[in-house]
Design a protein. Structure first.
Length: 300
């Protein structure tokens, strides 16, 4: 990421871990390949890419997955989702606002009122690869779908126009859907296989066991082999924390328990620490991954 962009995040949490998806796609060559697969373009290896992913800016405990300026023409924001999320337009609105601020400066546009400023046009993409059935190959989400209904007299003032709109295109990439995207992006294709392999094992094994089995199997079958060999422990720990946090939040929603994000993260971190201890991981490494105190880990 651009050094100047990184310098503008003094309040960011340096301990927050990137997602596996972000790690996998966080290089220029892969982003060019992904862009060509998404848009049907033929950008070459020398195409300018500026990575603008908000790696250290939290959104309810998360960061955005990918953001990059392509050929100085488009700013592309890509999210990988394992659950269908109709609030993505609102989240993308927050991401693009912060990204524009970092690209152009907080004061450059606001105070140079007589200077013409051209913004790089955004594209908002979600790649869906979850267990829930999404019937469509492509779904379009709009910010306006989230607006509160107006009274008839309020709508008359709109003249048929929506003052603020943002459109997100969701591509279903599970089970061979949208093959034109998956076929032309090798890492995306192999990542989809990897996540499917995890789900397959997780039907009969614990999540920790399923992750270990899936990683070993994919390495053996030359699926993301180099990446998984290099980052095996980190991949397992990140996915444990990510999936367990989702589970904790799902329980909160289903049972109506207001445990809060912080408590949900603490529950997930303790579950990860227990699993890592069972696998014989070093206590200091567990502390680094989970941000738990060593005393807490020893007492689990």
């Amino acid at each position: 990421m651009d050094a100047n962009l990184n310098a503008k995040t003094p309040d960011a949490n340096p301990e927050h871990k990137n997602s596996v998806f972000t790690m996998l796609f966080d290089d220029e060559a892969t982003l060019i390949e992904l862009s060509n697969a998404l848009f049907g373009t033929t950008y070459g290896p020398d195409t300018p890419i500026k990575i603008t992913t908000l790696k250290n800016v939290l959104f309810k405990g998360r960061v955005n997955d990918l953001s990059f300026v392509l050929d100085n023409r488009l700013i592309v924001l890509v999210e990988h989702q394992s659950t269908i999320n109709d609030t993505m337009p609102y989240r993308m609105l927050q991401y693009i606002t912060e990204t524009y601020d970092r690209l152009y400066g907080h004061t450059d546009i606001q105070f140079r009122v007589h200077a013409k400023r051209e913004l790089v046009r955004p594209k908002f993409i979600v790649l869906y690869n979850g267990a829930e059935d999404m019937k469509e190959d492509v779904r379009v989400l709009r910010l306006s779908d989230m607006y509160t209904l107006f009274a008839p007299e309020d709508g008359a003032a709109d003249n048929g126009l929506i003052d603020l709109e943002l459109t997100v295109t969701v591509y279903n990439i599970k089970d061979g859907r949208n093959a034109h995207i998956v076929i032309f992006c090798k890492k995306l294709r192999e990542y989809a296989i990897f996540t499917d392999t995890i789900r397959g094992y997780n039907k009969t094994l614990s999540l920790n066991e399923a992750l270990i089995k899936a990683v070993d199997e994919c390495i053996e079958k030359d699926i993301l082999r180099e990446f998984l060999e290099k980052h095996k422990k980190e991949v397992i720990s990140m996915l444990l924390k990510d999936w367990d946090l989702d589970t904790a939040l799902d329980v909160r929603l289903e049972e109506g328990i207001e445990i809060g994000k912080e408590k949900g993260e603490a529950i997930a971190s303790e579950k990860i620490a227990r699993a890592m201890k069972e696998e014989g991981a070093d206590v200091n490494f567990i502390a680094k991954v989970t941000n738990l105190p060593i005393d807490t880990i020893l007492n689990l």
